[in-house]
Write a new protein. Structure first.
Length: 131
């Protein structure tokens, strides 16, 4: 029987799936009476805090990771096991979760609420502004 360098099953099990990551983000946002979202909101709504959308997005992810640490560190663990799961990717997943919950996100900022939340609503990209 031929051997392989990697175990497909092990690799697949260690790769953080978007839906699993999304659920972990939801759990962190809801934990302790929405305390993560409350701490994060000021970075998400216009005009932001730092004067740069990209910096505000980075700080929002840092708030998420800080609260994740208080709630079991699933996201931090997944980031260690899955090199593709970076802070930048967490921002994409975070904004997808916010949109799925019913927030309207435009150009990386919360600008209101959606009438009918859609999981697949991509709308305006949440890409950071690049100078």
């Amino acid at each position: 029987m031929p051997t392989s360098l990697y175990s497909f099953s092990d690799v697949e099990a260690k790769t953080a799936k978007p839906m699993v990551v999304n659920q972990a983000i939801k759990d962190v946002l809801k934990a302790n009476g929405d305390s993560c979202y409350i701490d994060m909101e000021r970075y998400l709504v216009p005009p932001g805090v730092t004067g740069s959308r990209a910096f505000d997005q980075a700080f929002a992810v840092m708030v998420l990771l800080k609260h994740d640490q208080k709630n079991g560190s699933f996201l931090k663990t997944a980031m260690g096991e899955t090199p593709q799961l970076t802070e930048r990717v967490l921002w994409d997943r975070l904004q997808a979760v916010l949109r799925g919950a019913g927030f309207k996100v435009s150009h990386g900022r919360l600008v209101g609420l959606l009438e009918a939340p859609k999981e697949d609503d991509n709308g305006d990209s949440g890409q950071p502004d690049i100078d």
